[in-house]
Design a protein around this ligand. Structure first.
Ligand code: PLP
Length: 399
């Protein structure tokens, strides 16, 4: 049977496409350290877990398309706690931040329109763009320059009559870069000059290190009509499987237009929204402790990786990812070798090859994204596997 031409252009996610190799390795009795996916090992707040068994209704019915009122109210209060004036009307609850990105593209863009994006970028955005038939136009940020925002002139050069906006992710997946207020305002100004939108994916907002305070794009009300913020419960409260996210904007036309998509898919998960509401009641220490834990892991893991001969490591300022450049011909080939042909003390390490985190082919071929979502003991063992595996791979294929 013939599949659509469209689907043949979609990628298999580099975060997940090597899973069959990992499954086979596990069948052979090998332990796999999963650094390929941003699945935290942190416990979901107790308040949320308790709410799982206290859902009050005896029918799990369709809810409203924009999301539960109590959750939208609690979400607005969360913003108000750090000085961002958002009302529940500004919040459209979505099935994960993923759906919020898709809704943004579908709402702002016609087929063939363009979104400018710094690369490397969160790879699944490629598929969201394909769904909306949007072209991603990359501006390359480099490891040499710690993945800072490229010059605004580089963005301006890429603006065409089809450009509808810029998508920024801060703190960034995969680089860990946190864009400074100066970088953000320069982009906002540029968007105003060219009358385009700025979508900022802030799902890692809480994880910003070295004593720095994260500034949300929503803290700039003077640009309110051209700003969309993507938010999510997945990482903040370690609730990836609950699929609760949000599209947040003060632009009523954007919200009302996106609501048509919300209505077509009926409603976001109802029980999970009830549970998410309870997560907001977790004490402030929950998020403080989670952030401390990731910062400790970042410090440990970056220092350990730097001891591996000939690899380059990015310096993440936030989120829980980093980019490494391996001294290999192809990071994907190396990743498959790690799962298929290698083990060290009965274990191996899985990571996400980074080539498909770029629109521009070739740049990321030697790079990988590593997620430091395991405790430091496991990260140490995962790094030992990487170091031994790299030596074995180079001996086999590169000497
Ligand atoms: C930058 C970024 N945005 C959005 C998402 C999607 O998150 P979810 O759909 O689980 O909210 C992820 C998931 O890893 C991500 O890393």
């Amino acid at each position: 049977m013939q599949m659509s031409h469209r689907i043949s252009g979609f990628q298999c996610s580099p975060i997940r496409r090597l899973v069959p190799y990992a499954r086979e390795a596990k069948k052979r009795g090998i332990h796999v350290y999963h650094l390929n996916i941003g699945q935290p090992d942190i416990k979901t707040p107790a308040e949320a877990l308790a709410a799982l068994s206290s859902f009050p209704d005896d029918i799990i019915a369709y809810g409203s398309s924009e999301g539960r009122d109590d959750l939208r109210q609690a979400w607005a209060e969360y913003y108000n706690r750090f000085g961002v004036g958002i009302t529940s009307d500004d919040i459209l609850i979505t099935t994960g931040g993923s759906e919020a990105i898709q809704f943004s593209f579908m709402t702002l863009c016609d087929p063939g329109d363009e979104i400018i994006i710094p690369e490397p970028y969160y790879t699944n955005v490629a598929s969201f763009a394909n769904i909306a038939m949007v072209t991603l136009v990359p501006v390359t940020s480099t490891m040499d320059e710690c993945f800072v925002l490229p010059d605004i002139g580089e963005f301006e050069k890429r603006i065409t009559p089809r450009t509808r906006g810029v998508l920024l992710c801060s703190p960034n997946n995969p680089t860990g870069h946190v864009y400074s207020p100066e970088e953000l305002t320069a982009l906002l100004e540029m968007c105003r000059r060219h009358d385009i939108f700025l979508i900022v994916d802030e799902v890692y907002r809480e994880f910003c290190y070295d004593g720095k305070t994260f500034i949300s794009v929503l803290a700039y009300p003077e640009y309110a009509d051209r700003v969309i913020c993507i938010d999510s419960f997945s990482k903040r409260f370690s609730m990836c499987g609950a699929r609760i996210g949000a599209l947040i904007t003060r632009n009523k036309e954007v919200r009302d237009s996106a609501l048509k998509l919300s209505q077509a898919r009926l409603c976001p998960p109802e029980v999970e929204q009830y549970v998410a509401c309870a997560a907001f009641r977790a004490p402030a220490t929950y998020l403080e402790d989670v952030k401390k834990e990731y910062e400790k892991r970042r410090d440990f893991f970056v220092a350990r990786l730097k001891k591996i001969p000939d690899i380059r490591v990015s310096e993440p300022l936030g989120a829980f990812y980093l980019v490494v450049e391996f001294p290999v011909d192809d990071a994907e080939k190396f990743a498959i070798f790690m799962l298929k042909d290698f083990s060290h003390d009965g274990s191996t390490t899985m990571f996400a090859p980074a080539e498909d985190f770029y629109v521009t082919k070739g740049i990321g071929r030697k790079q990988a994204r590593l997620a430091y979502v395991l405790n430091t003991g496991d990260l140490a063992a995962a790094a030992d596997c990487l170091e031994a595996g790299l030596a074995a791979y180079r001996k086999k294929y590169m000497s």
